[in-house]
Design a protein around this ligand. Structure first.
Ligand SMILES: *Cc1c(COP(=O)(O)O)cnc(C)c1O
Length: 463
């Protein structure tokens, strides 16, 4: 299987290359040269299989010869062994034709664990073969960083450095990053906001001597291996509800468009998904873009669903590439417009194709709180604010086809918003109840590239 860049000029890579590279050298994102379609009988044969076996069957065609089948099965088993639920991604029923897919039973209580745990195992296995050592550097507003630290802690060929904005992540998120004791984990509290953290990480990737010197690698949500790992739970949920013999719809709380893009891939592989609904909070650039055809940035408004507070939705470039008939030059042109003017116009044909593929909706702050309150009252289910955005938007798209809303985080990860809406303060699951008692280990760092690079060189024994 070969991977090509959405901007058309970066080198073609295999799976391992795409996983290790992350962002393509022409600024684009890697996508498969063609998506393998699963035969209906093969989808039907997933019925009753474990999450792990589903992952093996769905992902295997994308991997080429990087791992043997036995190796890949071992990596999948290790990735999901630490989850707190035997089903890994259990379905809960909210209404006659509305289901919630709970993706928050991983070690950091958010859906990002599904991809991050597996990419950790796959990177370590690939590096162990080549004898290389890499340095993962990432910026986080909370969930990505904790998931990355949890996935890479203790792995012998990887050091992981996570920059988070000092004082601006929730206490649970901070403790998840600062309490692991393994020496290869480095939590860095930076003076500044999330955009500053992300800018410094970008600077490091653009500083080629440093990048090559420490073997810099990224695991942000544009990494193809992460997207692919997320396609698995669409199959798992749809098959549980009767696919391929029955169609299923999905609503996905969306920020960087990684999670819903995984659903798009599942559908391209032959999973009969009827509606694929983009749910945004008040940062509704994607909903506006589909409605008006104009992708216009206008500043992030902080919300109670902070993991969806985005200005530019990176993975949207991947569906644009398909909607523009895989014309890399055209994608690069729109992305240049975005960079220089803060917006771009989706060409008419591409807009029609996007509207044929996706529906969308927006959920205000008040609607988010009201959905948490109401859902608890009528079902007993306590939603996190992100999942509530999804449930609200899904309710506007219910039909005779079963609707599955993705629950992206555990309510205990956002206890203040949940308590405000319900009066209940959600408890952490018992297996992590001691999080508040564990000692923290964190380095306070300035918003300064040279200082950050020196620290990373020292900590990785290169200086
Ligand atoms: C990351 C995240 C999202 C958004 O996911 P994308 O793949 O960026 O669209 C939604 N909810 C939670 C809890 C998250 O951590």
């Amino acid at each position: 299987m070969q991977y090509v860049s959405t901007r058309g000029t970066a080198p073609v890579l295999d799976f391992g290359g795409a996983m290790m590279t992350g962002l393509a050298r022409d600024g684009g994102l890697y996508v498969p040269a063609s998506v393998p379609v699963m035969a209906t009988a093969d989808i039907a044969a997933l019925a009753g299989q474990s999450y792990e076996e589903t992952a093996f069957q769905v992902m295997r065609p994308y991997l080429g010869d990087i791992f043997s089948d036995a190796e890949f099965r071992t990596l999948i088993a290790a990735a999901y062994a630490g989850f707190g639920h035997a089903a890994r991604a259990p379905l809960v029923q909210l209404a006659s034709n509305h289901f919630l897919l709970e993706l928050f039973h991983g070690p950091t209580l958010a859906f990002k664990d599904f991809a991050m745990q597996l990419i950790g195992q796959m990177m370590q296995a690939a590096l162990a073969k080549s004898g290389q050592r890499i340095t993962i550097v990432g910026a986080t507003s909370g969930d990505t960083g904790s998931a990355a630290i949890e996935a890479f802690r203790g792995l012998s060929n990887v050091d992981v450095f996570i920059l988070f904005p000092h004082g601006r992540v929730s206490e649970v998120q901070r403790r998840q990053m600062t309490t692991p004791t393994e020496p290869n984990v480095h939590a860095l509290a930076m003076d500044g906001d999330f955009d500053d953290c992300q800018a410094r990480v970008k600077d490091m990737f653009n500083h080629f001597d440093f990048r090559d010197g420490v073997g810099l690698a990224g695991v942000n949500s544009i990494n193809w291996a992460r997207v692919l790992s997320q396609a698995v739970y669409y199959f798992y949920a749809a098959v549980a509800l009767g696919a391929p013999h029955r169609k299923v719809s999905f609503t996905v709380p969306t920020g960087n468009f990684g999670d819903i893009f995984a659903g798009y891939i599942a559908r391209a592989m032959g999973l009969p998904i009827e509606q694929l609904v983009i749910a945004t909070n008040q940062n509704d650039i994607l909903h506006r873009a589909l409605t008006t055809g104009a992708y216009v940035t206008d500043g992030v408004k902080p919300s109670i669903s902070p993991s969806m507070d985005i200005q530019v939705s990176s993975n949207f470039e991947r569906v644009l590439f398909d909607a523009l008939d895989r014309d890399g030059r055209a994608v690069a042109g729109l992305m240049d417009d975005l960079k220089t003017t803060g917006n771009f116009a989706i060409p008419q044909g591409a807009l029609q194709s996007l509207r044929d593929t996706f529906a969308s909706g927006r959920c205000s702050e008040d609607e988010t709180r009201a959905t948490i309150t109401h859902t608890l009252a009528v079902t007993g289910e306590l939603l996190c604010p992100h999942s509530a955005v999804g449930v609200h938007v899904a309710q506007g798209h219910l039909s005779a086809t079963p609707m599955v809303t993705l629950a992206t985080a555990h309510p205990a990860k956002f206890p203040d918003a949940v308590e405000q809406a319900t009066g209940l303060r959600p408890d952490l699951p018992p297996r992590m109840a001691d999080l508040y008692d564990r000692p923290e280990r964190v380095t306070r760092v300035p918003n300064d590239l040279a200082a950050l690079e020196t620290l990373i060189l020292e900590r990785t024994g290169r200086k």
